[in-house]
Design a protein around this ligand. Sequence first.
Ligand code: 1GP
Length: 241
Amino acid sequence: MVNIYQNILSAKNEGQKLLAVLIDPEKIDLKNVPSFFEKVHQSVTTHIFVGGSTDYENQTDTVVAAVKKATNLPVILFPGDVSQISQKADGILFLSLLSGRNPEYLIEQQVKAAPILKNSNLEILPTGYILIDGKKETATQKVSNTKPISQDSIDLILNTALAGEFSGKKLIYLEAGSGATEAVSQEIIKKVSENLSIPLIVGGGIRSKEQLDSAFNAGADLVVIGTAFEKNEDFFKDLKK
Ligand code: 1GP
């Protein structure tokens, strides 16, 4: 069995940076999965995340099955809600939306997911999820009915991340939102990563090798990219092993 969290921790301790490709079950065309993964495997990608704010046609399980068939990389669910749990994945980001004040996404969805996860082999990764203003209204904002934190409120972002760590979260995810116009700033990543002991995930609006490197240099341990690969699979060529 893969030990996802231990591997992320070891990578952090060794200074090895991690890249997750995000697959949105509502957007991927199943017949393109094998060719998509040929490109993924030539790149420095280390993890696959599967999820989105919504999955109206319940595609998650089918997509996870196709992805598992195409890769040996760890496949981690990044669910928008309790309906997006597939037992075929390796792990799940057990997210609490710490930036918001909507109990539905702070604890209610988690209570609903508990009996499903109790009887599953998915590795559970407790994650403090922090929405940061990426200058574009995101699906997560709309679905969760919460507001992101302004990029100017660095102390609030830091204190939210610390509150997550002190509550026992094993990961903190700074999220500018899928397709964000503005990615999370280097200043925020630096401040949070310097003050956190647990691994830091950063995603939203990263669409170039330069942005990826600057997120890593600022202190991100794992970066998540989705939209840039959806729009242009040639981007993988810039990220060759
Ligand atoms: C969104 O952080 C992820 O949840 C990835 O964002 O699609 O903008 O790469 P992008």
